[in-house]
Design a binder for this molecule. Structure first.
Ligand code: FE
Length: 390
């Protein structure tokens, strides 16, 4: 038996944040990131709508990019003290992901972080609170997914948590919030969305329910990302919906090894983080070439849906060229070396990273199986920008 789960309600369109004034409840905690939502006036608006709804609200602010286990535990402690019946997370992927994990430890204080690392093993949520997600970036789609990525800084590892219990109850997809994204973030999050849709479409768990969402999302990203990056607000609105559709697809079809590699390299190097979407954008064409041995037909479907013609093999090649071309336009490097990762450090760490990436939760649904030795070869191709031919 398969399962397809999405939020119970989605509100979308410019100004849809206003829906908060119709919320029924007593207490809410608003989980926020670094301050841009406050600066642009969205926090004040949110608090005014919640006041109109008769809901007492406290803030949990300053969730860091790539939120830590410690932040999750601090937020959960605040929730236990305040006892909200709504958790409202607003901002980029980080505050929303952090709030999803906080929700688990709010409702189950005796649970250890290690206990929820096994996918689809969470305790039953919604005993104390329901969850609203309001994204301000157009990429992670965490507002509609069963996932959350939390970083263990001591171990230098990003953990992708997965369970339909943390699929939000309500998503408010208001493009006004996404207009605040800086240009670089627009590029990275847009390529993250494209990767979600492509990985979902070729996933071993693809289905008639997820395919149309993935294909439509890919078509919309190809049509609108460039203009959104250049600051066109109508294109940015369409990107906000496209990334959400990609999220609906991958939350149910899961992902593949582009994400396994991004998760395990994101926090691995001393030269600093590789932003998630940027890592995905770099790895995507290499992984398509690796996976094409098993999934050329599916990649060809994708290519044809965006107007590429030819045999399956030609379509795969032209699809990779299209992604390369997009990366150039969005100022995304072609390789990890070009990104600035130190060669000696890369060589030192690559075999361990390869092993961890093979063990990542996203590897299981990749269309071609991979072992640690092949993963090391693939990562080495992405470091030097060399051709994948194995
Ligand atoms: Fe992603």
């Amino acid at each position: 038996m398969m399962r397809f789960t999405l939020p119970r309600d989605m509100y979308y369109g410019k100004g849809s944040l206003e829906q908060l004034k119709n919320l029924k409840g007593k207490k809410a905690i608003l989980v926020l990131g670094g301050g841009s939502m406050k600066r642009f006036g969205f926090v004040d608006k949110t608090l005014a709508y919640l006041k109109e709804a008769g809901i007492e609200t406290i803030l949990f602010e300053n969730v860091e990019p790539d939120p830590s286990v410690e932040t999750v535990m601090n937020g959960a402690a605040e929730m236990r003290a305040f006892e909200p019946d709504w958790i409202i997370a607003m901002g980029g992927g980080s505050p929303i992901d952090a709030a999803k994990a906080m929700w688990v430890f709010y409702e189950y204080p005796d649970t250890d972080f290690e206990e929820i690392l096994q996918p689809f093993s969470f305790p039953e949520l919604r005993q104390k609170a329901k969850f609203i997600a309001i994204p301000s970036t157009s990429g992670t789609a965490t507002e509609v997914t069963a996932f959350s990525v939390i970083t263990d800084y001591e171990k230098g590892i990003k953990y992708p948590l997965a369970d339909f219990n943390i699929t939000p109850d309500i998503a408010i997809v208001d493009p006004d919030l996404a207009e605040t994204m800086p240009q670089k973030l627009t590029a990275h999050t847009g390529m993250d969305a494209l990767t979600h849709a492509i990985e979902a479409y070729v996933s071993t768990l693809n289905s008639p329910f997820t395919d149309p969402l993935a294909i439509k999302a890919i078509q919309m990203v190809i049509e609108y990302l460039q203009e959104s990056y250049n600051g066109d607000t109508a294109a940015r609105e369409q990107m906000h919906y496209a990334q959400c559709m990609a999220g609906q697809a991958f939350s149910n079809a899961l992902l593949g090894i582009v994400h396994s590699m991004a998760h395990k390299t994101g926090a691995a190097f001393s030269t600093g983080h590789i932003p998630h979407g940027c890592a995905n954008a770099i790895y995507l064409p290499y992984v398509i070439k690796f996976n094409a041995k098993n999934a050329a037909g599916r990649y060809a479907d994708i290519a044809r849906s965006i107007g590429i013609t030819g045999t399956d093999d030609e379509c795969v090649k032209l699809l990779c060229d299209k992604i390369d071309e997009y990366n150039v336009k969005l100022d995304i490097p072609k390789s990890l070396k070009e990104f600035g990762i130190n060669e000696t450090e890369f060589k030192e760490k690559v075999s361990k990273i390869a092993e961890l990436a093979v063990g990542d939760a996203c590897t299981g649904s990749n269309p071609r199986t991979i072992d640690a030795a092949e993963m090391e070869k693939l990562l080495t191709c992405t470091y030097y920008g060399t051709e994948v031919n194995f």
